[in-house]
Design a protein around this ligand. Structure first.
Ligand code: ZN
Length: 388
């Protein structure tokens, strides 16, 4: 199967000028100014007036459904294939969340496998909010080594009322287990951290890296745009060598209560000297977004959207004038590097052919190619999930 994208302005993420991109099976075969290839077997895509960027890597999606913080009838639905592909997301990492009782790790792994068959790249984390971590095999290390889809552990909750604050020892232990599993299997072995709005902020992470030999790169804290104080703590974490992640799913109430829209938070960090290598965004898709009244009573429930990630990418470029190169790093290159997904996050020969083609001016998505397969054409899904 050959696909040739012609005359597209390529961001690898660094700007490559106007080129042709040849895709063979699921990988990029060649990138050059003029690739001539004439055969009826070649699917030719006209890239003029479009830009090409690596498919988005979403480091946190509740792919098998999450939450349900208003009772059983409020459990959120699973993610469908096109909720990702229509919005340029070609790699997702699934997680449980608050609910690790009715949501299970075997179900999460099965959902990731299903998404891989349907056409995108899907992975997941073992564990959930609480320590000791839930696992499939009885060991975080063994889960990461033995279960293909599992690349780390998370979301481990810190500074959150829904989970007891782990001790330095407990967090260091799970990090060492994940790190060992990652080293044996050639995976990231990352500890993905759910950061709540508690006053301890990221101090536990500093305690672990200051008192053990575990490096900052072992932790990947998200929800850092929850409030201005946490954002400042996040910037301090990047000065210790860490990477911070902003959540793009939000609602009016969260913003009113002090949450900073993810694109605003990224722009603020860049202005304050943090490089795009230390910044990323994820959607927290399919999480429940509870709405409370002034008395703390639950009055509504919304669902996080994977599509919010691309919206935030557009806002970075169109509203905050962040360069395409930096904006692409934040939604693709940096998460791919943190998660050791070496075939993702860049456009170059031998990389996976995960490519988003969007309008040069509006950045609206026109085509999406996932693992070499044309899944979105002219903004419409041409490949759908099994039950869509
Ligand atoms: Zn979370």
């Amino acid at each position: 199967m050959l696909t040739l994208i012609q005359n597209v302005e390529c961001y690898a993420p660094s700007p490559q000028g106007s080129v042709d991109i040849l895709i063979a099976n699921n990988a990029i075969a060649h990138i050059a100014p003029d690739i001539s290839l004439t055969s009826s077997l070649v699917n030719v895509i006209d890239g003029s007036n479009l830009i090409a960027l690596p498919g988005l890597v979403d480091s946190l999606v509740h792919i098998s459904g999450g939450g349900g913080e208003g009772g059983f009838h409020t459990r959120t639905p699973q993610m469908s294939l096109t909720e990702a592909t229509l919005h340029g997301v070609t790699t997702v990492i699934g997680a449980l969340g608050t609910d690790a009782t009715t949501r299970t790790l075997p179900d999460l792994v099965a959902k990731a496998k299903g998404l891989n068959i349907e056409g995108i790249s899907a992975y997941c984390y073992t564990g959930s909010y609480h320590l000791p971590a839930r696992t499939i095999t009885g060991s975080v290390t063994d889960d990461i080594v033995l279960i293909d889809a599992m690349i780390g552990v998370g979301e481990v909750a810190i500074a959150d009322h829904r989970a007891a604050e782990p001790t330095v020892q407990a967090l260091a232990e799970v990090a060492a287990q994940a790190r060992t599993g990652g080293m044996i299997s050639g995976k990231a072995g990352i500890v993905y951290i759910h950061t709540g709005d508690g006053k301890r902020q990221l101090s536990l992470l500093h305690d672990v890296i200051n008192n053990t030999d575990i490096p900052a790169s072992q932790f990947y804290p998200t929800h850092i745009n929850r409030n201005q104080g946490l954002l400042e703590a996040g910037i301090a974490w990047t000065r210790s060598g860490g990477v911070i992640d902003m959540t793009t799913s939000t609602n009016e109430q969260f913003i009113e209560e002090g949450e900073i829209p993810a694109a605003d938070a990224i722009a603020y960090c860049l202005t304050n000297g943090v490089t795009a290598r230390h910044l990323s965004m994820s959607s927290d898709g399919n999480a429940s977004l509870p709405v409370f009244d002034d008395n703390g009573m639950l009055v509504g429930l919304e669902v996080g959207k994977v599509g919010s990630l691309f919206d935030a990418f557009k806002a970075l470029v169109l509203e905050h004038n962040v360069s395409l190169e930096n904006a692409i790093q934040v939604v693709s290159t940096t998460p791919a590097r943190m998660l050791k997904l070496h075939q993702k996050g860049k456009l170059k020969p031998n990389s996976d052919a995960d490519i988003v083609l969007c309008n040069k001016t509006t950045l609206d998505i026109v085509h999406v190619i996932a693992k070499g397969k044309h899944v979105v054409a002219q903004g419409k899904a041409i490949v759908k999930g099994t039950f869509e």
